[in-house]
Design a protein around this ligand. Sequence first.
Ligand SMILES: [Zn+2]
Ligand SMILES: [Zn+2]
Length: 749
Amino acid sequence: MRLFRLSFVLAVLVSVVSCGSRDLFRDGKSEYSIVLAQDASESERYAAEELRYWIKEVSGVDLPVSDLDGGVRGKRLIVGFNQLVEDLVPGSVRPSDRDDSFSIKTKGGDILFWGGALRGTLYSVYSFLEEELGCRWYSSKVSVAPKRDSWSFRRFSRHEEPGIIIRDNCVLDVRTNPAFSGRMRNNFVNLPGEKPGETIPGTAEGYWGVHAMGYLMSPGEYYAEHPEYFSLRDGKRLSGYAQLCLSNPEVLRICVEKIRDVMRQNPDFLIYSMEQSDNQLFCQCDECTALADKYGGQSGLMVWFVNQVADAVKDEFPDKFIGTFAYQYTRHAPKDIVPRDNVVIRLCSIECCLLHDYDDCERNVEFLKDLRDWSAIAPHLYIWDYVTDFAQYCLPVANWKTMASHIKDFRDNHAIGILEEGDYQTVSCELREMRSWLLSKLMWNPDADVDALIKDFSDGYYGAAGKYIRDYLDLEDRILRRPGVHANCYIIANDPMYTDEFISEGRKIFAEAKKAVASDKDLLERVKVAEMPLSFLHMERNPVAAINDGTEDDLMAVVKSVGMDQLAEGAWAGGVMTVDQLRARNLAIHESIDNSSNEFYPASEVKTSGQGVAYVRYEGDFMSTSEMLKKGEITSKGTMPAVVVEEDPEKDHFGYVFDCWFMALQSGVHQFTVVSDDGAVLKIDGDKVLDIDGSHPVQSRLVFVNLEKGLHRLTLNYFEDCEGQMLAVSLASPDGYSGPLPAERLYIP
Ligand SMILES: [Zn+2]
Ligand SMILES: [Zn+2]
C-alpha cells in the first residue's frame, strides 16, 4: 500500500499568451459568477465562499455563487473538478480526494480552479488570491487584501504540488485557528485533544496520540498485577516512568487490542501512535536485549514490535497507518529489519543544533546519518522537528536560514511529513508570526527563496519597520551564529551564545524601528512584540538593571497585551515556567532592592594572600556536592586566578570547592548568577544563598545579596556527574559592573 504519492517536485507553470485581456472586475463591476457542481465537496463550497469573500475585500464586488447546472449566464470562476473541467481541459483526470496539488487554468473567459476535493481545490483558490490579487494571511489576526479598481488577465495556467505531503505547523496560532491553518496550507494536527477537520471542512487530517504506549498500557492500570509488562532496569521492573517490555507476547496482545479500539472509536485519523513514552528507560531483560542485538539496537526491537501491531490491524484498516518514534534511544536506524508499508517512522531532531545545516555542523552529523539510514529503509518517514527554544520560549533563535535547509534535507530524504514544533502552548516565541509563516511556505515549497519570503513578511507585517527587522536578523546572523557557537532547542538566557553587544546593538535597531512606525498604533504594537526577546534576555541576565531602566515594565506590558502565559515548556530555567512565576520572582527582586538600605552582610577586615581563588578538586561517583565532600577523593589543591573549570569537556565524575574573598566596591544589591551542569551551591559569608545541587541538565539560578562595601567570603561547590559539563558564575553589582565574576575582585584567603 502506498497512500502517499511520492512526488516531491513543486511544479509551477505559468504561460502567458498574448491575446485580448479580460477584466475579472473593473470600477466596482464584474460579469463573473463563482460556480460549483452539485457534488462539490464541503471544502470546495468553503473554497467558493473564501474566493467570494476575498475578491470582495479587494474589489468591493460581491460575486454570486451559483450552481453549475443552473445555467449560469456570463463568465465563470469554476471551483472544483467536475464534468465541465473534464470537457474543457482534454486529458484532465479527477484528482484523488487527498491530493493537495492543484491547477488553475483559463479557458475562454472562464477561470478553472481544481485539485483534490479535501484541500487541493481550496489551495488553488488561496494560491490565486495570493499570487494574482496580492492577498496575504500573515497570522490569524493580520490579513492583507490590497484594494484594487481592476484586475485583468490573459490566458494563464498554474499547477503546484506540495514539497512535503503532510504539513503540521505546530504553533498555537495555527493550531487554534482552523481558518488560518487552511490558508497556510497546513493539513495536519497532532496534539491531544485536537481533532482533524474541525470547524473548517477538510483543512486538516490528524495523527492520533503522542508517546501513546505510556497511556495505552499505563503502569497505573497494569503494574500491580503484571510488573513483567514494564521495563526491567538493574534487576527491577519499573513503575511510574517506564517503557514496555516489548518482547512480552502479552504486551503485544494488549497493545493490539487497545489500538484497535482507538481506531474503531476515532476513525477520522490517518495515523495512530504506537510510540515509546517520553523517557529513556527501555527494557533490559534478556529477551528484549537479544532482539535489540539481533536487529541493530533498540530501534530494531521497536520496529519488530510495531510491525506486528501493524500486521494485526491491516485487514480491518487498510487505509490507516501505525506511527512510531525514532527518538532518543531509538533514533539510529535498525539493521536486518524494515518497517512495514503501513508503518510511519517519526524521526525526531531534538538533539540537533538549530544554527547550522545538517552537513555543516559536528553536532548534526549523526542525525544526518540517521536521516539517510531511515530514508533507505522506511516506506513512510515523517520528521518531528524542533524550531524554537523550549527552555525559554521567547529567546532569540537564529535559525532563519537553517529552517529551510533542514526542510530541504527532509524532502530530499523522502519524508512524507513534518511536524514543526514551535511555541505550541503559548504565544511567545521570537518573531513567531514570521517564523510560523515561513515554515508553512517552506513545507509547501522547500525550494522557495527564504530572503524573498522574509522581505515579503517583514514589509507586509511590520510596515516601515520591516527594514529594521531584517537588520536585526543580520545582527543575529553575525553575533549568534559566530564561529564556534552552537545551540539546541533548550537554550537559557545566560548561555554564553548571547552577548551584551548583541543586546545593546539589537536594542538600538529596535529604537529606530519604533521611531519608523511611531504614528501607527498597530504597527508599533507589533514591533514592541518583536522586541520582546531582547527585553526578556536583558531582564533574565540582569534583572536589577532591567528593573531600574524600565525594561521590566515595558516587557510586562507587552506580555499582557499578547496574552502570554507560559514562558517555557518545563521548569528548566531556574524554575520559572509561567508568567505568574516570573511576576513572583520579580516581586522578590523588587523587595530585595527595596530592603537594600537596611540589612547588609557586613564586610570583613581580613588579610588576604593576593589575588586569586583557592580550590580543592575531587573525583568520584557522587550525586550532589554534599556527597562529594563526604566521599569524594581529593586529587589536587591549590590556587587559580578565577572561578573556572578547565577540564576535558568529556570528563565526568569530578568536582571542585572554590574559596575566596570577594570585593564589593559599593554597598548595595549584588546579583550573582550561577549556570551549572551538574550541581552547584553558593555561600556568601557562610550563608547558603543559592542551591542548584544534584545531578541535572544545565540550570541557571540567580540570587540577590545585599553587601556592605568591602570583603566577603565566597565559596562555591560544584560537581559534574555525567553528560553535559558547565559552570559559569556572573555578577551584576551596584557599581555598574555586569559580566563574568571578575578575577580582579577575588582574593586568596
Ligand atoms: Zn523486556
Ligand atoms: Zn551547530
